[in-house]
Ligand binder design. Structure first.
Ligand code: NAD
Length: 367
């Protein structure tokens, strides 16, 4: 199979970590007989330096003409970088919002998996960490409270601020379909999170999700109120497989879920539209404090490349081979400096970004 991938290395550690992910993809291509074609484009601070804007039409066109986009991270030090003296619409992050909009990426997938080898980094009680967890938060990304009408005005002598939370049936249906499709590739369970005891938008959400569920009799559906979900995530995270939720709830719950893994450098993400196209990137930022030192952890980006193979190319075995290789390097004691800090005991080897990429490449095998 020929895979046409646009890469946006971005700023800070972005170029270093994307280079490792490409190395791993090249090895997968060699082992499984695929052909990778990459096109690198600029976005974020580096695009401001080159073209005066964080996102150019050329970058949007390159993304649209690819089967998938693999991204590093964009942005600089928000206190010292000259990029942050520009008005907000010209700063690096505006590029990110712009490309998500241009590509209609309405579904955000954030897996949170606790590697047994890294369970010491988990801030939960030992019994919860010992059971492990492997969940995926499916967050609606382009509707709800963050995109509703908002205004502030004076009423009866005081200021009143209003934000509106709007969802159309069609917006709920398309994200619910994504959640059930993804659940079919996992443990076939969806927990839909809402606030249906209070909000009309949540009651519509529940109704539409139940309608969609009828087309997926092999996947179980449960509903959970968002306040309960926030508690259950720290009490018993092993109960979750796919968590389907609207934009604001997903914003909060996905950060909570990533926090309990304890390792920012390990968390991939995907943003999808209603085709197989997706944009894949680590959940962390551009870490300008460690850029260019060859110490960044490339695993979140490498796992994002695995998600790309799974969700945009339907290459499950190839994705498994990457995830397997990551588990293997951790088992074999390889740690980047961020992981070293939480790895207690003997038998660990501290490696840099490139060496971690090489160690993963060496462990890619035909499963
Ligand atoms: P950050 O995630 O870049 O860094 C937070 C801390 O985690 C830092 O100490 C950093 O060194 C460390 N860290 C992050 N990724 C790491 C990795 N792979 N390996 C080892 N250590 C890692 O968050 P921040 O410092 O708040 O933001 C820095 C810049 O990134 C800002 O400009 C911000 O706007 C941008 N940002 C971009 C994205 C994106 O592109 N999607 C997301 C978040 C932040």
């Amino acid at each position: 199979m020929k895979l046409n991938i646009t890469c946006i290395p971005g700023d800070g550690i972005g170029p270093e970590i994307v280079a490792q992910a490409k190395k791993v993809l090249d090895k997968v291509a060699e082992v499984y007989g695929h052909e990778m074609e990459y096109k690198d484009v600029l976005m974020g601070g580096c695009s401001i330096d080159a073209y005066g804007v964080p996102l150019t039409q050329e970058t949007i066109d390159a993304a649209k003409s690819a089967d998938a986009v693999l991204m590093g991270s964009i942005g600089g030090n928000t206190s010292t970088s000259p990029w942050y003296k520009l008005e907000p619409s010209k700063r690096p992050e505006a590029g990110l919002l712009g490309i998500r909009k241009a590509l209609n990426l309405f579904a955000n997938l954030r897996p949170a998996y606790l590697y047994p080898q890294l369970s010491e980094a988990c801030p939960l009680k030992e019994e919860a960490a010992a059971k492990g967890f492997d969940m995926l938060i499916m967050r609606e990304l382009t509707g709800g409270l963050y995109f509703g009408e908002r205004f502030t005005k004076e009423v009866d002598g005081e200021m009143v601020a209003t934000d509106t939370l709007v969802y159309k049936e069609s917006e709920i249906r398309r994200i619910a379909i994504k959640a059930f499709e993804v659940a079919r590739k996992r443990r076939k369970s969806v927990i839909s999170v809402d606030k249906a005891n209070v909000l009309d938008s949540s009651r519509l959400w529940r109704k539409v999700v139940e309608e969609v569920a009828k087309d997926y009799p092999d996947v179980t559906l449960e509903h959970m109120l968002v306040d309960n979900c926030a508690m259950q995530l720290v009490r018993e995270p092993s109960q979750f497989d796919v968590v389907l939720t609207e934009n604001m709830f997903g914003d909060i719950l996905s950060d909570e879920a990533s926090m309990i893994t304890g390792s920012i450098g390990m968390l991939p993400s995907a943003s999808l539209n209603d085709t197989s196209f997706g944009l894949y990137e680590p959940s962390h930022g551009s870490a300008p404090d460690i850029a260019g030192k060859d110490i960044a952890n490339p695993i979140a980006t490498i796992l994002s490349a695995a998600m790309m193979l799974r969700y945009s190319f339907n290459l499950d075995k190839e994705a498994d081979s990457i995830e397997n290789a990551v588990r293997k390097v951790l088992e074999d004691g390889f740690r980047t400096v961020d992981l070293m800090q939480t790895s207690k005991g003997e038998g660990f080897t501290q490696v840099g970004c490139k060496a971690m990429g090489d160690a993963i490449v060496e462990r890619i095998v035909n499963l």
